[in-house]
Design a protein around this ligand. Structure first.
Ligand code: DOR
Length: 458
């Protein structure tokens, strides 16, 4: 950790491509940092170099971007420290270029009291990422009684969600929206109709039938989302739809935005890039197609029933992936969030039906998403906006920009460096990724938090 002296240092990062969507900046440039904030940024030559500044010259091919902001991460502490701790999750974030993590409340105890919020903030103090807790909508995430939302907001909650145990009662959701509105905080829903989804473990379709696995139908997501959007219409409250996975959900959010409802939405890297065929070991969809183009060789076949492909909501079809990308490109989907869901080996090393849902995503997000950039499907500036400025804007967080006055939270990456996904090397305790062994192009080189370097690739 840096000393107070270095924290007040003036530092100039210079020579790389600086992309800051908050000010429409995309040029070979420089960023001047003083203490924990940025004092100037712009094309090279426009940023004056004060006396005594420490100059860090970066390769022209590297990119300097605002630190990434993840609106959806499971840090597991308190209660499930074998899966992850706040420290290891924050280290994984730093390695992945994320400087702000909003952590979900499905911990043990659930983050539903002032004491648990204060505990999370206390443990996160000094961690290599900013941790912003999301508080539970209902006490114990039990879906019956509202949590003390006012008190939780006062203690530092940035949003409310029962993620992992989605709100089934329309009445409770209406109340949550009504109470959240005057607090100015969004309600975040994992859209899932439990009655319809039952014990489905993968996308309901031909592949589930072929594999003999229980299906999780697309309508299980759209029914809850449609209900919630009607409740937003009724209450006028801010609402954020977590991890959209199906084309119908994109259509619903698009229509809601057209109607002027205060709605934002996120998509995960895995829902954008992977399909349900991965569960059968057949690697189809955008990631596989992009890597085949980038390497000139088809992606090797994977393993059938790999429980690392089990995630909730499940991986969907190639058509859904295409609709999610369209939604990202036209602004219907505001944000890419990882839904980083680390689990132990024991949680995953079992039959598909028994395995825990979730993918450990912080350390592969950038490399996986850059495949869309390398194949011309997603502009780099849009990718960076959806990972930084847009999530910060969506929830009003002090993050996601390189403008003068902004916190000096910065991600520096080499978009062209190839590397191999080796979960044993992850800082995260969660080694559960379906991307093991894949070669990705694009790697975080340095991460800065409040003017201090918290990660440097070896
Ligand atoms: O895949 C998932 N894992 N989806 C969720 O909703 C919860 C999460 C977890 O907590 O593991």
């Amino acid at each position: 950790m840096a000393t107070d002296e270095t924290a007040n240092e003036t530092i100039l990062l210079r020579g790389a491509r600086v992309i800051d969507p908050s000010q429409g900046l995309d040029a070979p440039g420089a960023v001047l940092i003083q203490g924990e904030r940025i004092v100037a940024s712009g094309p090279i030559g426009t940023v004056s170099v004060p006396d005594g500044v420490r100059v860090i010259d970066l390769p022209a091919g590297w990119v300097v971007a605002p630190g990434f902001v993840d609106l959806h991460a499971h840090l597991r502490e308190p209660g499930f420290e074998a899966k992850e701790t706040i420290q290891t999750g924050a280290q994984a974030a730093a390695r992945g270029g994320f400087t702000t993590l909003c952590c979900m409340p499905n911990t043990q105890p659930v983050i539903d009291s002032r004491a648990t919020i204060e505990y999370v903030l206390h443990v996160a103090h000094g961690a290599p990422a900013r941790v912003r807790p999301i508080a539970a909508i209902s006490k114990g995430e039990a879906g019956r009684e509202l949590s003390e939302m006012g008190e939780l907001a006062e203690a530092g909650a940035v949003a409310f969600s029962d993620d992992g145990r989605p709100v089934q009662s329309s009445h409770l959701m209406r109340s949550a929206l009504s109470y959240a509105a005057p607090l100015g905080l969004p309600v975040v829903e994992h859209c899932q109709d439990d009655d319809l989804v039952g014990d489905g473990v993968m996308h309901e379709g031909q592949i589930a039938t072929m594999l003999g696995l229980k299906g999780w139908p697309a309508a299980g997501e759209t029914i809850t989302l449609a209900r919630d959007l009607e409740l937003v219409r009724l209450t006028g409250a801010r609402y954020h739809a977590a991890h959209l996975s199906v084309a119908g959900a994109v259509d619903l959010v698009r229509a809601a935005k057209r109607d002027g409802l205060p709605v934002t939405a996120e998509v995960t890297p895995h829902h954008l890039l992977l399909t349900d065929a991965w569960v059968a070991g057949e690697r189809t969809g955008p990631l596989a197609e992009a890597l085949a183009i980038m390497t000139g060789e088809p992606l090797a076949t994977g393993v059938r029933y790999d429980t690392n492909t089990k995630v909730n909501p499940p991986l969907r079809t190639a058509e859904d992936c295409a609709a999610l990308l369209d939604g990202l490109l036209d602004g219907t989907i505001d944000v890419i969030a990882t839904d980083h869901a680390p689990h132990t080996i024991v949680d995953k090393d079992c039959e598909y039906g028994e395995a825990a849902f979730g993918i450990s995503g912080l350390e592969t997000a950038l490399g996986a998403l850059l495949t869309l950039v390398h194949t011309g499907k997603l502009p780099l500036a849009t990718l960076i906006a959806t990972l930084s400025h847009r999530p910060a804007q969506a929830w009003g967080l002090d993050a996601g920009a390189l403008r003068p006055g902004a916190l000096a939270d910065i991600t520096i990456f080499d978009p062209d460096e190839w590397w191999t996904v080796e979960p044993a090397q992850f800082a995260s305790r969660g080694k559960n990724t379906p991307l093991t062994g894949l070669r990705l192009r694009g790697r975080v080189r340095q991460t800065w938090l409040g003017g201090r370097q918290v990660y440097e690739a070896q």
